[in-house]
Design a protein around this ligand. Sequence first.
Ligand code: 26A
Length: 337
Amino acid sequence: MSSYVLFGLENPLLDYYVGGEDATLQKYGLKSNDAVLASENQMGIYKEPCVSYGAGGAAQNSCRAAQYVLPPNSTVFAGCVGDDDFARMLRESNEKAGLRSVFAVDPSATTGVCAVVLSNNNKCRSLCTNLGAANNYKLENLKAPEVWSLVEGSRVIYVGGYHLTVSPESMLELAKHAVEKNKPYIMNLSAPFLSQFFKEQMDSVVPYCDYIIGNESEILSYGEHHGIETKDVGEVALALASVEKVNKKRSRAVVITQGADATIVVQDGKVNTYKPNHVPAEEIVDTNGAGDAFAGGFIAALAEEHGIDYAITLGHWLGQECIKVSGTTLPLPKKQY
Ligand code: 26A
């Protein structure tokens, strides 16, 4: 049996920071706080001068964050990359973070890139992604013996909702395995557009989820596209939590972060709130990846069989450490919670 307790799946992306703030947003028709797949007329953004770059990919960020607090060799992450320098950089930064990459390689495509535009004193981030090779992950990549044995050896499974656009079959395969072995299965809502344009795929995975993590705009988008007539985050989370479950041995928790405001947790028909500690504005460097770091802390706590209170606390702490440094990485040398 492998020692990797946490198995993650999603898009291995490189984050490509572009300057210009509002002018760049306008030029490419982007909203200041959003995440989209790049359309044909947004492709020019990847030719804009690069301010900085680094490992990205929402679930890959979360897995790096989880590994930050877990014992060595606890976390493994799967996805598809090209055979290029970007892929080498991703492997390197995962390795530095202690995260094992099990990448499928599609030499006919380039590694996925996410253009990041910060604005409003770095408080807002707009993400515009060209998935490239990440889009070519297949169920057969997951079922390859060297990958599937890691799935079997894991205790907790984390899937990024962004993978709904790529390989919902792989997400379902992991989900069925999780039910069969009664392992916690966690999905992130990832972005508002998924509930809108990938609703059917989303609805096929939700019944398997023991934990669903998201933010306020993602849960409200879920509500809007599921005929839930309220803008109350707790109410929509209650509705999502009550979707019939496949694994009857576990109840479902829906966890909604709201930036500096209280995180809302819905479980067993009850709504609880958890206020994160205050981070002074002058300490905030880059909010990109805060939600991913939160998810990383949350899933790390579950992997160590802690309860939900501790999972939220650890998530808040990692989210706050993440926004104090540039990019989606965490401070080094490692801080201890
Ligand atoms: C399919 N899409 C659009 C995406 C992403 C994504 N990760 C996976 N799939 N769009 C943006 N991201 C990542 O989100 C992180 C911030 O939460 C970015 O790479 C960024 O690191």
